[in-house]
Design a protein around this ligand. Structure first.
Ligand SMILES: NC(=O)c1ccc[n+]([C@@H]2O[C@H](COP(=O)([O-])OP(=O)(O)OC[C@H]3O[C@@H](n4cnc5c(N)ncnc54)[C@H](O)[C@@H]3O)[C@@H](O)[C@H]2O)c1
Ligand SMILES: O=P(O)(O)OC[C@@H](O)[C@@H](O)[C@H](O)[C@H](O)CO
Length: 495
């Protein structure tokens, strides 16, 4: 079996769908920072669809790895000429595979930061997009302020330093464009953050202002940052995925990507230098993305947080196993119906009953084999941004918060780093040490975990939250996750 690359591509056409467009004629119009699993299952897939239809030849993608840990991706992209296999896994076990051809270049910033800056500064680049995770915006979880003390930021602000962060790279490219009389590109964040464009604007303008206040004001004023809502469950690729891609589709791909069938991208129509005809690929281009992103982050992503900690404590490792458990289904649906949905705005064209049910079905797809560990990664960047806004809105409106409080208590118990069988839990979080220290104190001082005001603000002062939180935490300590959920679900059903 030949390895996947431009030369072997024609020979694969019999076993897998491959690009029929001429990749040698494509031009790069988009530079994407953070080419991970999600970019490859989502934005690059939409662009591949457009390229297949024709008429978007100037919108091919140059991928960029910002971190040294992107080296493996750089090697694979170089060896495979940017090609990779996207394997869609349906709930009935059937698979579709397609070799995606829209990523035509890849640059690793730590090797050559100037090449990355020049690529973004080039006149042909009209969009810079990002999937650099929630933590990649370097903001305080409660205040939203940019962290000027971050070591990468401090480094990038030194005179003459080669940029090593997204902020340093993007702002330097904007500076060069401005000096050359070129208008700024549009920055499109595709991360799971409410108002991701506004957050990106705030962070990039704050960094630019630290270089020069006038530059900060210019970025804030002149660079378009549309908000977007993005959705497609995409787990990390495993060796089994590689083997299955070879066996089922005859493709020897060092880094395929697997995902669910569902996909959605809703983006605001604010592009300074034009955009691809995204609608033709099924993207919803709207005036205001807020209702969509609120719905998705508060139902899907906060729902994921509900599974991540309590599911792991109850002994599960895989998302679908927890989601198929009737107790977890009732708990999750209850959270979605009674706590998240009352905080949403009407969402054009969406039946929320149907949306909630479809989420449970999506979580239950056994072939995705998504892990609870992936959902629990960097909880300190996620839970405060997805679940705590639901709590705050409900407290303000006199609404229900008991299930949300149980999820937060689950996170607190999980952060102790030991499961209910006494086995270690690998807590992967940039604040792991702080979380572990406060979680370890909570057996004596039960509010210790949520006393961290950087994460929880003033929630610790509100008895309407602390009372159910303490009940859940005590029950998790004394009776475990299952019994805690059982009681809560029964109580709330009778409420
Ligand atoms: N995987 C999904 O199901 C999914 C779905 C919707 C949205 N997303 C969004 O995409 C993001 C990435 O998910 P993924 O599955 O591609 O993860 P991944 O781990 O496969 O890739 C993450 C990429 O982000 C880069 N990155 C991380 N921190 C960074 C930083 N501080 N600066 C610059 N680059 C940084 C990594 O180097 C890597 O290239 C998520 O955090 C989320 O916001 C993911
Ligand atoms: O990717 P993260 O870390 O932002 O969040 C974990 C999951 O909730 C998330 O990846 C979902 O699978 C995704 O948002 C579905 O579209």
């Amino acid at each position: 079996m030949p390895p996947l690359n431009a030369t072997s591509l024609p020979s694969l056409a019999g076993t897998v769908s491959v690009p029929t467009y001429d990749r040698s004629r494509l031009r790069t119009g988009i530079v994407h920072l953070g080419v991970g699993a999600f970019h490859r299952s989502h934005q690059a897939m939409y662009l591949d669809r457009l390229l297949e239809r024709g008429g978007a030849e100037e919108w091919a993608i140059c991928g960029v790895g910002v971190l040294p840990s992107d080296r493996r991706m750089a090697e694979v992209m170089a060896a495979q000429d940017g090609l990779y296999t996207l394997v869609v896994k349906h709930a009935d076990g059937s698979l579709d595979a397609r070799v995606v051809g829209s990523v035509v270049e890849y640059l690793l910033a730590p090797d050559d930061p100037d090449a990355v800056v020049e690529k973004m500064a080039a006149e042909t680049t009209r969009i810079v997009s990002l999937t650099v995770t929630e933590g990649g915006y370097n903001t305080d979880p409660v205040t939203g302020e940019f962290d000027a003390g971050d070591p990468g930021v401090v480094h990038d602000l030194q005179l003459g330093a080669a940029p090593a962060t997204s902020f340093g790279l993007v702002v330097e490219a904007l500076v060069r464009r401005r000096e050359r009389g070129l208008p700024p590109f549009t920055v499109v964040s595709c991360d799971n953050i409410q108002h991701n464009g506004d957050v990106a604007r705030h962070s990039f303008a704050a960094f630019a202002a630290l270089r020069d206040p006038d530059l900060g004001a210019w970025v804030d004023r002149e660079v378009p940052f549309p908000n977007s809502m993005v959705d497609r469950i995409t787990p990390a690729t495993t060796d089994d995925d590689r083997a299955e891609t070879a066996r089922r589709f005859g493709v020897e791909d060092a880094w395929p990507v697997v995902c669910e069938p569902f996909t959605q991208w809703v983006v605001e129509d604010r592009f300074g230098l034009g955009r691809p005809p995204l609608e033709d690929a099924g993207v919803q281009v709207v005036e205001d993305v807020d209702p969509y992103e609120r719905m998705k982050l508060r139902l899907l992503n906060a729902g994921h947080q509900g599974l991540a900690y309590l599911g792991r404590l109850a002994g599960y490792r895989l998302v679908h196993d927890a989601a198929q458990d009737p107790l977890f289904r009732r708990f999750l649906l209850g959270y979605m119906e009674e706590e998240a949905t009352p905080t949403l705005r009407p969402v054009p064209g969406i039946d929320l009953d149907e949306y909630r049910r479809s989420l449970i079905d999506r979580f239950s797809n056994p072939h995705i084999r998504d892990t609870l560990a992936r959902l629990a990664f960097d909880g300190s960047e996620r839970l405060p941004k997805w679940l705590l806004p639901v709590v705050r809105d409900n407290l303000a409106a006199g609404g229900e918060v008991r299930r949300s409080a149980a999820v937060v208590a689950g996170w607190a118990r999980y952060s102790e780093g030991v499961d209910e069988d006494g086995q270690p839990i690998e807590v992967a979080d940039r604040r792991r040490d702080t979380l572990a220290a406060s979680a370890r104190r909570q057996r004596q001082d039960p509010l210790a975990f949520i006393a961290d005001r950087e994460l929880f603000g003033d929630l610790v002062d509100d008895e309407r939250f602390t009372t159910p939180y303490l009940e859940a935490l005590t029950s998790l300590h004394e009776r475990g996750a299952r019994a805690t959920l059982d009681t809560l679900v029964a109580q709330l059903a009778g409420a």
